[in-house]
Design a protein around this ligand. Structure first.
Ligand code: HEM
Length: 146
């Protein structure tokens, strides 16, 4: 029962991450980019990613297979590596949104610069691609050794 609950939560949180990244990308295509909305969405995205880590750790501890199964599982470590890459790719967009928010507070007419919008789009796109690889590696992890 605990295994089922944690697995369901893990999948629901995954859907949440995808939806939030896709929405971020859509907002970055608006002209001008809605600064407050995207900054708020990014806080939600960070919290959801944090929840993913907690639920993932809970699955490792209280899931059906136990820590010993994952400790020697190369796909598990590959997945952790990909997750860290996603976290790293999310830092710069967050810093950009915070900078925009500060600038807009000072000057209500502030409009984000194209080079920042472009950089944020690229990094959000990179995170989406990495997430696809996370799912592929996750399927291998659950069936290890292949
Ligand atoms: C964005 C991040 C993540 C995504 C998209 C993701 C995705 C998935 C998916 C799709 C599965 C199901 C695999 C299958 O049964 O075929 C899974 C299983 C699992 N994930 Fe994640 N995951 C993420 C992060 C994490 C993290 C951070 C941890 C641990 C710290 C974790 C631990 C686990 C565990 C323990 C399982 C169960 C695998 C098994 O049945 O042996 N996940 N994950």
């Amino acid at each position: 029962m605990t295994g089922w609950f944690l697995a369901s939560l893990h999948h629901v949180v995954f859907v949440g991450l995808i939806v939030m990244l896709a929405t971020q990308m859509a907002l970055l295509k608006l002209d001008p980019v809605p600064v407050q909305r995207i900054a708020r969405l990014d806080i939600g995205y960070g919290a959801t990613a944090g929840l993913m880590v907690l639920v993932g750790i809970a699955r490792v501890i209280w899931g059906e297979k136990g820590w010993a199964y994952y400790a020697g599982n190369h796909m598990f470590w590959g997945k952790m590596g990909l997750f860290v890459l996603i976290a790293l790719a999310s830092i710069r967009p967050t810093l950009i949104y915070l900078k925009w928010r500060k600038a807009q507070r000072k000057d209500g007419a502030f409009v984000p610069e194209t080079k920042d919008v472009q950089a944020a789009r690229t990094l959000v796109g990179n995170q989406m691609v990495l997430l696809v690889f996370v799912v592929i590696v996750a399927a291998g992890m659950a069936r290890w050794p292949l």
